[in-house]
Design a protein around this ligand. Structure first.
Ligand code: FMN
Length: 195
């Protein structure tokens, strides 16, 4: 395993994005919210179909219900974030039923664009797969034919000491990645890339 982030020649947003758990409840300014929306809007998608349906949830009844739809572990920290963003899509697309993986990839590109823009706006983020799909849909009124891909918490940094003790290590944990040759190949599948 490789420790830390390879900094050479990478954009600051890629280097600095990390999944954190200490969020301050301070609201995100309107211009920054707009930047997050625009960043996701300009993501690439297959045939430019823009399948993503993205709900930004700040407060109120739907936010309380969404908080409750998260896994217990995620609730420990994600409820403090001033913004939860739910990425969904009609899936499978009735016109392209065999293209489900590509469709969800498009949704993922939109999510990554938003998380990188969050860094650019001096915000932090954390994607989540830990939630109950039925409860998420019920919380936001998402129609049945949609699949929920992931939920992203976004906000300003907060004090990790405000979190329950067992949630704190995620804030400071060492970030690791596989050795490059494990996942990247040169010319032929399985032949390790080594530059
Ligand atoms: C689709 C997806 C689902 C994830 N689900 C959770 C989750 O439910 N809870 C959590 O704490 N982190 C979750 N993560 C965060 C990952 O654990 C994290 O991205 C990974 O450890 C790499 O760390 P980094 O984001 O800081 O680079 C998820 C990430 C992705 C992309």
């Amino acid at each position: 395993m490789v420790e830390g982030v390879t900094r050479a020649a990478l954009t600051a947003e890629i280097v600095e994005r990390r999944s954190v758990v200490a969020f301050d409840s301070r609201p995100i300014e309107a211009e920054k919210l707009q930047a997050l929306v625009e960043a996701a809007r300009w993501a690439p998608s297959s045939s430019n179909r823009q399948p993503w349906r993205i709900t930004l949830v700040r407060s109120g009844e739907s936010r309380n219900a969404l908080n409750a739809a998260l896994s217990a572990g995620n609730q420990q920290w994600a409820v403090n974030a001033p913004l939860l963003v739910v990425f969904a899509a009609v899936a499978p697309d009735p016109e392209r039923p065999g293209q489900l993986p590509k469709l969800m990839l498009d949704v993922g590109f939109a999510g990554q664009n938003m998380m990188l823009e969050a860094v650019h706006q001096e915000l932090r983020s954390h994607p989540m797969g830990g939630w109950d799909e039925g409860k998420v849909k019920a919380a936001l009124g998402i129609p049945e034919e949609n699949a929920v891909g992931f939920v992203v918490a976004i906000g300003y940094g907060g004090d990790v000491n405000d979190l329950p003790e067992d949630a704190r290590p995620k804030e400071t944990r060492e970030r690791v990645r596989n050795d490059v040759g494990q996942n990247f190949f040169d010319g032929r599948f399985g032949q390790a890339w080594n530059g």
